[in-house]
Design a protein around this ligand. Structure first.
Ligand SMILES: C[S@@+](CC[C@H](N)C(=O)[O-])C[C@H]1O[C@@H](n2cnc3c(N)ncnc32)[C@H](O)[C@@H]1O
Length: 223
């Protein structure tokens, strides 16, 4: 059976449902950069255990239980400009340019910041942004502006890979930046939600300007 369980092409985005370790060897060359956000292996420890109590996060506890070093080794084997969020949970080479996401609205049970490893020979940098709403059908969707900022570090990359695309934030950021995207996601529910989100992004009259959706004050009040 093919490791590619399903595949959707939306605009310049190639979305593959499957296990990244099985699919990556089939992708061939042409990948110019990796921007990704693998499971951190926090499981029930996420937000001091508070998330496990919520029904909508029950699936989350299953996929965030382990952080596999093989994922990182496969990505590093590509030897392209790379940004890996949560790399502090893995063995990565010494790096000069860690990227920090300063969560300006964090709550006491939540990390105040997240760290991304890069292989850039630049000073470390920080981005201030609020934690996003639990949105796009995914419990750990990264803020779109954060991933757009990441892409600013790889201006010449034409094709960007995210092996753990979740709700498709990297794909939407690529579409808005005029870059092509290829990625894998193992969970079909998240895969479907990402496809819908990316289709909507391409359907926007001016995808380079229009925000994805207006703020939802009710959700923001929960954070
Ligand atoms: C931290 S989330 C990514 C969230 C994403 N950055 C976003 O903004 O929505 C990690 C994702 O990796 C997926 N995943 C876990 N193991 C995987 C594997 N072996 N191959 C592909 N995806 C996997 C999970 O289902 C989850 O959606």
């Amino acid at each position: 059976m093919s490791p590619i369980r399903r595949e959707e092409i939306i605009g310049d985005c190639r979305l593959i449902l499957g296990d990244c370790l099985e699919v990556l060897p089939l992708l061939g060359g042409g990948i110019d950069a990796v921007v990704t956000d693998p499971p951190y292996g926090l499981g029930k420890r996420m937000q001091g255990g508070t998330w496990g109590a919520k029904d909508e996060f029950s699936g989350f506890l299953q996929w965030d239980l382990e952080a596999r070093q093989e994922w990182i080794d496969a990505i590093l084997g590509l030897k392209v400009p790379t940004i890996i969020w949560g790399a502090n949970y893995f063995d990565v080479p010494p790096a000069r340019c860690w990227l920090l996401w300063n969560k300006i609205n964090s709550v006491p049970t939540m990390a105040d910041a997240e760290m991304a490893w890069t292989n850039f020979d630049k000073p470390a940098k920080r981005f201030d942004a609020p934690v996003g709403r639990v949105d796009f059908g995914h419990p750990t969707s990264k803020p779109l502006p954060l991933i757009q900022w990441c892409l600013s570090f790889v201006p010449s990359a034409r094709l960007v890979l995210d092996p753990f695309f979740g709700s498709g934030t990297t794909a939407v950021a690529c579409a808005k930046a005029g870059k092509a995207f290829v990625g894998t996601e193992i969970n079909e529910t998240y895969f479907d939600a990402a496809c819908e989100r990316i289709r909507k992004a391409y359907d926007q009259p001016d995808m380079f300007i229009t925000p994805e959706r207006p703020p939802d004050p009710k959700q923001e009040a929960l954070l």
